[in-house]
Design a protein around this ligand. Structure first.
Ligand SMILES: Nc1nc2c(ncn2[C@@H]2O[C@H](COP(=O)(O)OP(=O)(O)OP(=O)(O)O)[C@@H](O)[C@H]2O)c(=O)[nH]1
Ligand SMILES: Nc1nc2c(ncn2[C@@H]2O[C@H](COP(=O)(O)OP(=O)(O)OP(=O)(O)O)[C@@H](O)[C@H]2O)c(=O)[nH]1
Length: 474
């Protein structure tokens, strides 16, 4: 077990606000299938939630869904690649083959879903052929097998050469455990390696919407000849990372292949978006610093917020880079930045840098900013310093009473770095009001900085003394 993975096992696991998984990448599981076979229902079942709209009309899953979930103690990122758009008349894009290829390229494990209550279509058969030829682990699940009676129909898949069929009922949960078990057992073996052993190394993910300028920026930063590419050990993915040395510092730009791999898939709007989010998920997972690259000439949009949100959820250090500043006048850039701040208001602490991948302006500042947020990400505040700070916070604003009693806050420690995680010991964790929690985080930022970094504070009850134990001094 690595140091970072332990972050999920500490006192904070009991919190309603659990830490993300370890900083090494979560395996990605993609669900693929024709419209209406029940992909959303399966997604919700595996993600253990019920928020996606489930509908009888084919093609309802317009938006893609992403969720981190787990089964049998293994965590993974689940992706519903969505049905293909039946209204799309371009046979290349409308074909299921296209989505299947996408999943084969981007996911670690694929679940191909069919509807056991209807015969296999030609599209199903074409997809099965493709999937069987791929090297990725694929599980064939026949959905809507609500009872054993339907299983016989599910076995139609065997005629297509499928080795194992999982009859499942996403609606009722039948057969889901077997499927989950097979899926998590197909994950690459977790290597007991420390991804950030090299303290001097900064792992950076450049993420953003299609056309934001990610490959232009990489080419500027990396430069073909100085690029040392190495497949990351311990991943089965074809992730190619680029090692960059700059003013005595070393950076790894993560999964540059994912950015450079262009034109391989036909560019249906929805698919391009899916690729960008998939790429973002998998590279953020392996990063310390996520750089959200935005197109200033287009303005910051909902999709940018979604991508930055992925980094925020995973508690990575963040930088917002407004690219193509050369296309926008200085005065207009002020407006672009202002609107970016509004759209990305959930991360007001993330620094904004204006750059141009085309002419190189701002790239030095981008590096300086990456250095600063990385430092904040891994910063450790001494317990002495923390508690002097804490005493003054308590003095200026003690926690408000809740139900007639004020919770007592005893002391604070920094439990983890990367991301900075603090634990406050109290007699009544539940009595600490939300607004007070936010106040404490803001005060921590005020005193110690943490630019670009989500700060986590957990409230933990004082441990009850066992019989005969000396009263612990606090
Ligand atoms: N009987 C039965 N019905 C199911 C099951 N799973 C899904 N359904 C139904 O099948 C229909 C389609 O389910 P969805 O989950 O929306 O299908 P989808 O594949 O996401 O569809 P698109 O959004 O069109 O891509 C809904 O009416 C579901 O209630 C199941 O296990 N058994
Ligand atoms: N004027 C200007 N154009 C830029 C800049 N950065 C990128 N571009 C252009 O924007 C377009 C998209 O750039 P890419 O680097 O291919 O963008 P990307 O984010 O890698 O795109 P995807 O591969 O689709 O995700 C290209 O035509 C670039 O030449 C910039 O700073 N200024």
């Amino acid at each position: 077990m690595t140091k970072h993975r332990k972050a999920t096992e500490g006192p904070q696991t009991k919190s309603k606000n659990p830490l993300p998984a370890g900083l090494s990448g979560l395996p990605i599981v993609a669900i693929v299938g024709r419209p209406n076979v029940g992909k959303s229902t399966l997604f919700n079942r595996l993600a253990r939630r019920r928020i996606a709209i489930v509908h009888d009309e084919p093609g309802v899953t317009r938006d893609r869904h992403y969720a981190d979930t787990s089964a049998f103690g293994r965590r993974y990122s689940l992706v519903d690649t969505g049905g293909f758009d039946p209204e799309d008349t371009d046979p290349m894009r409308a074909g299921i083959a296209h989505h299947v290829k996408l999943a084969i390229e981007e996911a670690d494990v694929i679940v191909f879903l069919t509807d056991a209550t209807t015969s296999l279509t030609n599209a199903d058969k074409a997809a099965i052929k493709l999937l069987r030829a791929s090297k990725k682990p694929v599980f064939f699940a026949a959905n809507k097998a609500d009872s054993a009676k339907v299983d016989a129909d599910a076995f139609e898949l065997y005629r297509e050469g499928v080795e194992t069929v999982y009859p499942v009922s996403s609606l009722h949960g039948r057969g889901i455990g077997d499927l989950e078990n097979a899926v998590v057992n197909a994950f690459p073996i977790e290597e007991d390696t420390e991804p950030f052993e090299d303290e001097g190394l900064t792992r950076v993910a450049i993420v953003g919407r299609p056309n934001a300028g990610k490959s232009s920026l990489l080419n500027r930063i990396v430069g073909e000849e100085r690029m040392l590419v190495s497949p990351e050990p311990g991943t089965t993915r074809d992730a190619i990372d680029a090692l960059v040395e700059r003013s005595d510092r070393r950076y790894v730009f993560i999964d540059t292949a994912g950015i450079r791999r262009k034109g391989k898939v036909a560019k249906a709007e929805s698919t391009v978006e899916a690729v960008s989010v998939l790429h973002a998920i998998r590279s953020i997972e392996r990063s310390q610093v996520a750089v959200l690259l935005c197109d200033s000439s287009e303005g910051v949009a909902e999709q940018d917020a979604k991508i930055l949100g992925l980094a925020e959820e995973r508690a990575r250090a963040m930088v917002i880079a407004l690219n193509k500043s050369d296309l926008v006048g200085k005065k207009d850039m002020d407006g672009v930045e202002e609107r970016a701040r509004e759209k990305l208001a959930f991360a007001p602490y993330a620094p904004v840098v204006r750059i141009s991948a085309k002419n190189g302006r701002g790239v030095n500042e981008l590096f300086a900013t990456i250095d600063r947020v990385k430092e904040a990400f891994t910063k450790r505040v001494s317990t002495g310093e923390l508690n002097r700070f804490f005493a003054s916070v308590l003095e200026t604003r003690p926690p408000p009473t809740s139900g007639g009693k004020a919770p007592r806050l005893y002391y604070i420690t920094q439990a983890e770095t990367a991301p900075p995680t603090f634990v406050i010991i109290t007699n009544a964790p539940d009595a600490v009001h939300f607004s007070y929690r936010r106040f404490v985080i803001n005060q921590l930022r005020k005193s110690f900085g943490f630019e670009g970094v989500p700060v986590r504070v957990f409230y933990k009850a004082k441990r009850k003394r066992a019989k005969g134990e000396e009263e612990a001094r606090e």
